[in-house]
Design a protein around this ligand. Structure first.
Ligand SMILES: [Zn+2]
Length: 557
């Protein structure tokens, strides 16, 4: 039977454990000097050796013929641990449902002496997940621990542990494992297992696993299943779901040259290939960080190929713009956590980045036009361009706002609860278009909001994120298309930002209670084409082209 690499190479002695020198040394000394504590708290990021060290410690304290601090692996206790039959070492996963029961049981049985070894060792993993009741039960035992008991509590989130528990434990903070240490261990495993791998690929695994040894070994494991040939950087990127630095450089070149639709095509391709878009955004941030370093001291890097890539990016935008781009991308990672539509968030952030770089394009154009660029003049033209753009923006924005008011009012004027409930149930039917590349983005956008009211043909959606609400209201043409395709009905949707919705709702409920009809239905006097200032030809050519939604946004936003 195949044994996962991380199980097979799970450390068996302190020496095997990668990193954590201080912790290993402290524990070793306390064992040698017979100063073992009754309660330990191991904190730190995942995959840094907390459970491994806990298990080794449990083995050491019970081994009958310990050699310095190395367990003999021959005595009853050691053999039983190795065969997973040892009843003196009890592992509890606090994240599982029976955490409370297990802690209660622990409290009842804590008085019993160990069956073979000197100690009963309780290893409680993810201890921060315990309920208050379970913590209280645990605290009772920690207050007066019997001599033969050792608790090892492990957690990634120490701030969630009650101070009453913290104060009774000897605490060890596990650090992330360095890329160098991870590389050394991976090289060792590859040698043992005859795995053929590029040095660069090992380096990349080390970086991607972000200080987690277990993750790095799991990734290596997946890679050996993925290819039987020599593992390359490309393979690592494919399995991890991200892209190479060369690909990032190409993507950035498109973005910084304002090639919006090509950029979107590429993102769609990554999405279809099953890449992890959040990871790609993170990788871009890392790439831009390197570019900044290159900006300031190019000698920092010794890889000529990488240097070429960073230098290419440096030529495209200014240092200040790199900082701003990183900010936009960091924001998008934050937003991506509140929605399942990372693609849309990614696309929106690219629009923002392109807006940012346009300023430089204007400056460059002027530089080309005049032999001696006058700084003041440059500034003036940049400002003028901005003002001109702002005016078109404001007008469209005003129009959208007007329409929004009308549609909110009309939804409430004709509001019918029964109708709303019935329609809400069938709203999910739009998911049938999710797989259709022409509609998928728009459908996801609709699904990100919540339908809160329906009155006649009018639909009102509420959004938790302002940018999604704006995106919805600037894409009404395509959104209406989705509804008419699925429900065969001309519906009039509108999106409202959550904070705006609250007072509207309160007001509406007040009128409902007093049974006064305060809302009068008004016909819409302006068409969507007029609102977005699209000419007839444009609106026809726009049909079904999702990327156009975003191009529209650049003009109007
Ligand atoms: Zn032993």
């Amino acid at each position: 039977m195949y044994q996962a690499l991380y199980r097979k190479y799970r450390p068996k002695t302190f020496e095997d454990v990668v990193g954590q020198k201080v912790i290993k040394k402290t524990l070793t000394n306390s064992i040698i000097n017979d100063k073992i504590s009754h309660a330990y708290l191991f904190t730190g990021p995942r995959g840094t050796g907390k459970t491994s060290i806990a298990k080794i410690l449990a083995k050491i304290v019970n081994c009958e013929s310990l050699d310095n601090i190395t367990p003999c692996n021959k005595c009853v206790s050691c053999t039983q641990i190795n065969n997973k039959q040892n009843t003196d070492i009890i592992e509890i996963d606090a994240a599982s449902n029976n955490g409370v029961d297990e802690i209660r049981e622990l409290r009842d049985k804590v008085g019993l002496v160990p069956s073979f070894g000197k100690y009963k060792v309780y290893i409680i993993d993810e201890v921060h997940m315990l309920t208050t009741a379970a913590f209280n039960a645990l605290l009772k035992t920690l207050e007066e621990p019997p001599k033969h008991i050792i608790f090892i509590l492990a957690t990634t989130e120490p701030h969630k542990i009650p101070s009453t528990i913290l104060s009774r434990c000897q605490r060890f903070d596990f650090k992330k494992i360095s890329v160098t240490d991870i590389k050394t261990r991976l090289n060792y495993i590859c040698k043992e297992e005859n795995i053929n791998i590029e040095e660069e690929a090992i380096e990349l695994i080390g970086k991607l696993s972000d200080g987690g040894m277990r993750d790095s070994v799991s990734l290596l494991d997946q890679l050996t299943a993925y290819t039987t040939e020599k593992i390359t950087v490309n393979d690592v990127n494919n399995v991890y779901g991200t892209i190479t630095e060369k690909e990032i450089s190409d993507l950035l070149t498109l973005i910084f040259n304002n090639k919006l639709s090509e950029t979107f095509d590429l993102i769609s391709k990554y999405d279809e290939d099953g890449k992890n878009l959040t990871k790609i955004i993170e990788t871009i941030i890392d790439f831009l960080k390197n570019t900044l370093i290159y900006f300031n001291s190019s000698e920092y890097f010794d890889n000529e190929e990488k240097k070429k890539l960073y230098s290419k990016t440096c030529d495209l935008i200014t240092e200040d713009q790199i900082y701003k781009t990183i900010e936009i991308l960091l924001d998008s990672i934050k937003s991506s956590k509140t929605t399942n539509n990372v693609k849309l968030i990614f696309e929106l952030s690219i629009i923002k980045i392109i807006e940012l770089t346009k300023e430089k394009v204007v400056v460059q154009k002027i530089e080309k036009q005049s032999e001696i660029p006058v700084l003041e003049e440059k500034k003036k033209i940049v400002t003028e361009t901005k003002i001109e753009k702002k005016e078109t923006n404001t007008k469209v924005k005003e129009n959208v706002e007007k329409l929004k008011k009308i549609r909110i009012n009309n939804t409430l004027a004709k509001f019918n609860k029964q109708e709303f409930v019935t329609f809400k149930k069938k709203l999910d039917n739009i998911k049938e278009l999710l797989m259709d590349p022409d509609y998928s983005s728009v459908v996801s956008l609709i699904l990100d909001g919540e339908l809160k009211a329906k009155g006649g043909q009018n639909l009102l959606f509420v959004y938790k994120l302002k940018n999604l609400e704006e995106c919805f209201n600037f894409s009404l043409i395509d959104i209406e298309k989705v509804f008419s395709k699925v429900f065969n009905e001309d519906l009039k949707p509108i999106a409202v930002f959550e904070e705006e919705w609250e007072p509207i709702k309160v007001e509406f409920n007040k009128h409902m209670k007093s049974k006064t009809n305060a809302y009068e239905y008004n016909e819409e006097t302006i068409s969507l084409e007029e609102i977005y200032e699209i000419t007839k030809e444009e609106s026809i050519s726009n049909t079904n082209e999702i990327e156009k939604i975003f191009e529209d946004m650049i003009v109007y936003n």
